[in-house]
Write a protein that binds this ligand. Structure first.
Ligand code: UD1
Length: 383
């Protein structure tokens, strides 16, 4: 018997979502294209971009770099306070999810678009799959932590990146038969793009020597929204730049805040600091793979740098990517203590930079295939 295609609706909205969904969409296409696969499940997939990130440098460039097809539906939701943005996202998504009437809504990660899509779908009685489920930093002041907890609570299929994340779901009473430890789709994407990124040689293009600079990203509200804290961090970066050149592609949120805090000009004046606009995925991976170390408050960069082999200093007191700490590739440095990041930088600089990273279990480039196989199994079980 040939079944009707299972209708999948992927919802993305921000920069870190795009590399997580691209491998899944490719794996769905591969599934549909494969001949002689057991069972009769096939898929129809559509992509919604909420427009939470809208600048070309935060969005379009990723579609180009990832070979991701144009979104079928683009919602121009844009920025706002946490409540405003989430409410706007939900209001914009509801008619789309109603008219698309998918069998499954697929969301990735922990941003406001993830939460909004999950809430709208579940309230319309449409099952939700959450990719990167079960991650917890333990810090409820992070908007992402709330997004993760609520999205997991309402999702039907839960795909985790580690055994620890799966255990968290069990502990919270969320896990059931449709919880799968599959690996990390962000690493699938890294796997296919890193060779291209290394050929790009972005560091050489910028006149930087290989392993001769620190790469910095900062965008967490807790680090950049408070003028005093942002000023402190800018001061730390200036001190780091006395030891090693600092390359800092500045996130849209951070650029506005640095300007308001008066720190942008100060950083620009530092001979060892190079400020750049937000970079595309390939350029950024290229710079990350050549850096002596990374200073970041991003989640994804902690995971990527671990596999690439570039030491990571995380300017946070908690992380949801604990496996990167266990792998010895990442250290937490209290961003409120100016000495902590400097001490971590000195430690890294005092060591040889080892070649080769560490791959946590199942971070092997095949997570998306496992996800699609599990969705096919789920689709069959419902028919
Ligand atoms: C969002 C995610 C965060 C993720 C980050 C990646 C949430 C709660 N946060 O944070 O988890 O790590 O994306 O980048 O969903 N802006 C622009 N152009 C854009 C987008 C944003 O100028 O294209 C500016 C606006 O001033 C906006 C600010 O950046 O107010 C913040 O954007 P927002 O979408 O609220 O959150 P991010 O800080 O980007």
């Amino acid at each position: 018997m040939t079944l009707a295609p299972t209708r999948l609706l992927h919802v993305v909205g921000t920069r870190p979502n795009f590399m997580k969904v691209a491998p899944v969409m490719a794996a769905v296409d591969a599934w549909n294209g494969a001949k002689g696969r057991g069972g009769d499940v096939s898929f129809r997939q559509r992509l919604v971009h909420t427009g939470q990130h809208y600048d070309a440098a935060m969005s379009t460039v990723f579609f180009n770099d990832l070979g991701l097809k144009e979104p079928d539906i683009y919602l121009d939701v844009r920025s706002g306070s946490q409540a405003q943005q989430t409410a706007h996202l939900m209001t914009a998504l509801e008619p789309i999810i109603l008219s698309e009437s998918p069998d499954l809504v697929i969301v990735v990660g922990d941003v406001n678009s993830t939460l909004a899509a999950a809430l709208v779908a579940v309230k319309l009685g449409i099952p939700v799959a959450h990719i990167e489920s079960g991650l917890r930093s333990g810090d409820r002041k992070m908007p992402e932590e709330i997004n993760r907890m609520v999205t997991d609570r309402v999702s039907d299929l839960l795909f985790t990146t580690s055994v620890a994340a799966s255990r968290t779901l069990v502990r919270e009473g969320v896990a059931d038969d449709w919880t799968f430890f599959v690996g990390n789709t962000m690493i699938d994407c890294l796997e296919t793009t890193l060779p291209v990124a290394m050929r790009r040689a972005k560091a050489a293009e910028l006149g930087l020597s290989s392993h001769g600079y620190a790469l910095v990203t900062l965008h967490r509200p807790s680090n950049v929204d408070d003028t005093g804290q942002l000023g402190r961090l800018a001061g730390v970066l200036m001190r780091v730049s006395e030891r090693i050149p600092v390359v800092f592609p500045v996130h849209a949120r951070t650029a506005g805040r640095l300007q308001a805090a008066g720190s942008l000009h100060e950083l620009e004046q530092m001979p060892g600091v190079r400020l750049l606009p937000p970079l595309g995925y390939i350029d950024f991976l290229s710079l990350m793979s050549d850096a002596r170390f990374v200073v970041t408050d991003s989640g994804g960069i902690q995971a990527e740098s671990c596999v690439i082999g570039t030491p990571c200093i995380t300017a946070r007191t908690t992380t949801e990517w604990t496996e990167t700490l266990q792998a010895g590739m990442n250290v937490l440095a209290d961003p409120y203590d100016p000495k902590a990041i400097l001490a971590a930088a000195d430690t890294v600089l005092g060591r040889e930079r080892l070649d080769g990273g560490v791959r946590p279990e199942l971070w092997d480039g095949h997570a998306a295939e496992r996800i699609v196989a599990a969705i096919a199994q789920w689709g069959t079980s419902r028919s």
